[in-house]
Design a protein around this ligand. Structure first.
Ligand code: CTP
Ligand code: MG
Length: 181
């Protein structure tokens, strides 16, 4: 059933979607790279990746996963859909993977000469999902296989860039973010 696939895809990815947005709200303070530049003369990560944003983003994602676990029984009763419950490993790996993917993308952007805030189409929209899925596959393989069926994975890959573009454009319009991507 298409509706069930879409609802399950959004439900399982919420703990990976929230961290980036929470990091935008909480970001600031000491950059993770401590201001260091690498041999190419460019910052390792840049001022857009801060400890506060990363910790707050990861924590927000964990809270979302735990909240969804509390809501799952009632939501399942109400909708009749088989909503997944996050084991502790996935409740941690989805948010941590999302933040890690975003950090790796910034590393890649700096190495290719892109300044902080420069857009890297495709990577900006999918970095956090790919890393969240990869880390979850590594630390919660059984749950990953049971939850991310091929149809769910397809919906995640199609829907995520749309949601990402939408929320970032919204955050930009509200003045929360420097660029609309
Ligand atoms: N942010 C943060 N820590 C993170 C991720 C994001 O503090 N790990 C905050 C920063 O204030 C950042 C904002 O969220 O400026 C927007 O995030 P993002 O678009 O990922 O960063 P950019 O500033 O665009 O930098 P980059 O070019 O490295 O992506
Ligand atoms: Mg950016």
């Amino acid at each position: 059933m298409v509706v069930e696939t879409v609802v399950v895809a959004v439900w399982v990815m919420l703990p990976a979607y929230v961290p980036n947005n929470a990091a935008v709200l909480a970001g600031g303070g000491r950059p993770i790279d401590g201001g260091r530049t690498l041999g190419d003369g460019r910052r390792a990560l840049g001022d857009g990746k801060t400890w506060r944003g990363t910790v707050a983003g990861t924590a927000a994602g964990v809270v979302v996963a735990l909240a969804l676990n509390l809501l799952a029984p009632a939501a399942t009763d109400l909708t009749g859909l088989g909503l997944p419950v996050f084991p502790a490993s996935a409740a941690a790996s989805l948010p941590a993977g999302a933040m890690l993917g975003d950090i790796l993308a910034s590393f890649l952007k700096r190495r290719t000469g892109r300044e902080r805030g420069a857009a890297l189409p495709g990577v900006d929209q999918l970095d956090f999902v790919v890393a969240a899925l990869a880390l979850t596959f590594l630390i919660a393989a059984g749950w990953f296989r049971a939850t991310f069926t091929p149809p769910v994975l397809i919906v995640v890959v199609v829907l995520t860039p749309l949601l990402h573009v939408g929320t970032n454009a919204g955050a930009y319009a509200l003045g929360l973010k420097g660029e609309p991507w």
